[in-house]
Design a binder for this molecule. Structure first.
Ligand code: 5AD
Ligand code: SF4
Length: 424
């Protein structure tokens, strides 16, 4: 979501500015922020601290903070950071040109955290030469999971009209784009509140028919709302890739209830079986939180068992972090930091075995890769992803970047696969 918002900033300001890699050259320095956990918030303040010298050296450079931390903190950020010019919230992104103009003309430091119930005027263009693209289909969330700050900083759910989404994807495909990831906090509720009946699986069906779309993905899907129709989509819609990110958060029913997730572990596991039945080989990734208030050792063991039962191909895990305004921040039975740290380490160990096993299951297989660029580690090698989202590196000529090729998987590591390019 944040990558998308940063891209929107670059596109919206494209008339007046171009991107630079070097901070020392910048006329405008924008920091896009996330407040999902406290750590990300702390990083913003330390980056702003480091930028003080740069701002002193280049007083004409405008410095702004946008996104969720800006939404949450507003004017407090201007007070804390005297060298900051501008604070703009999650919807302020769309008013940036006007805000920057006002800042230059009036010489007053500005805050814009205004919130409207309307969907903003999303910029449907793409950065030149992009192969892959995020496309927002909805913004905000009405779920109020008790740990989560999103409904407060991103506001209520709003869906984008189908015609706008289809047009954005068509234009992108016309420019040579191959892969689209649909974005929303809770994609399953797409269409609620829109005139005319349209569901999320129906939207996928519409997009899957567009010529030139090689790969279609989406994130994030709420397990409670994962419908049979959507599950069938994985079997029936050719561009829809065999991977789903389905955040479970915990494997203990007591904790799931206190999180207000609206499903039990049995429901989650049942949906996983249905997905695997409908689409054998589908890759499954998840998010997990350790140390949610009241989580006992036995609850935590339920989570470890669920991980084995679901056999996740990948997982992101987080220590519970109390967030402003959320219900769980006020729960009395907070878990000590040392317990969170110890549980996180145990969880990581279990997931490492599962991730390695997931990679090993692919040994010897021939798979299609969208070549994205050079490998991060070994930058003479090409790198890309399988439809299942596994990362694969292999030797091949640079001209293949941007193409779809076939490889045979030869090696399985913890976070990637090694492969040989198929000759045919
Ligand atoms: N503490 C820790 N992790 C959190 N997440 C959301 N809110 C919190 C929090 N307060 C995690 C969830 C979510 C992911 C994006 O971030 O696992 O799925
Ligand atoms: Fe946060 Fe996701 Fe729950 Fe919405 S559904 S409140 S975004 S965790």
């Amino acid at each position: 979501m944040n990558v998308y918002d940063s891209e929107q900033m670059a596109l919206i300001l494209g008339q007046d500015y171009e991107l630079t890699e070097r901070a020392e050259d910048a006329d405008l320095y924008l920091i896009n922020t996330c407040s999902i956990r406290r750590k990300s918030e702390e990083k913003v303040l330390s980056l702003l601290g480091r930028l003080k010298t740069l701002k002193q050296e280049r007083p004409q450079m405008l410095l702004g903070v946008g996104g969720c931390v800006a939404q949450q903190e507003g004017a407090r950020l201007l007070h804390k950071v005297p060298h900051l010019d501008l604070v703009f919230g999650t919807q302020g992104v769309y008013r940036l040109p006007e805000l920057l103009r006002r800042r230059r003309e009036t010489n007053r430091r500005l805050v814009d955290t205004a919130f409207s119930p309307e969907l903003p005027n999303i910029c449907g263009q793409s950065l030149p030469g992009a192969l892959q693209k995020f496309v927002t289909i909805m913004q905000g969330c009405d779920n109020y999971c008790t740990y989560c700050v999103v409904p407060y900083v991103r506001g209520p759910e709003r869906s984008r009209p189908v015609a706008d989404i289809v047009r954005e994807v068509e234009v992108f495909l016309g420019q040579g784009g191959r892969e689209v990831t649909l974005l929303g906090q809770n994609v399953n509720s797409y269409g609620r509140g829109l005139a005319g009946e349209i569901t999320f699986p129906a939207l996928l069906g519409r997009l899957a028919e567009l010529p030139g779309l090689a790969r279609l993905r989406f994130t994030t899907s709420h397990p409670r709302d994962l419908s049979e129709e959507l599950i069938r989509g994985f079997a029936e819609l050719p561009p829809l890739c065999e991977h789903i990110h389905l955040p479970v958060q915990s494997g203990a029913n007591q904790i799931l209830a206190r999180m207000h997730r609206g499903y039990r572990r049995e429901d989650y596991l049942e949906r996983v079986s249905r997905l695997r039945e409908a689409c054998p080989g589908i890759a499954l990734s998840t998010d997990l939180i350790v140390g949610f208030p009241g989580e006992t050792e036995s609850d935590f063991q339920d989570t470890l068992r669920l991980m084995q039962e679901a056999a996740f191909d990948g997982a992101f895990f987080f220590k519970y972090s109390p967030r402003p305004q959320t219900a769980a921040a006020a729960f009395p039975d907070q878990v000590p930091e040392s317990v969170k740290t110890e549980r996180l380490a145990r969880l990581k160990e279990v997931q490492e075995q599962l991730s390695l096993a997931s990679n090993q299951r692919l040994l010897g297989e021939v798979r299609e890769v969208l070549v994205e660029g050079f490998s991060k580690l070994e930058n003479t090698q090409l790198s890309g992803r399988l439809r299942s989202n596994h990362v694969v590196n292999f030797d091949g000529p640079q001209e293949l970047i941007g193409q779809m090729v076939r490889v045979r998987i030869k090696r399985a590591y913890l976070h990637s696969l090694g492969a040989l390019l198929c000759e045919d």
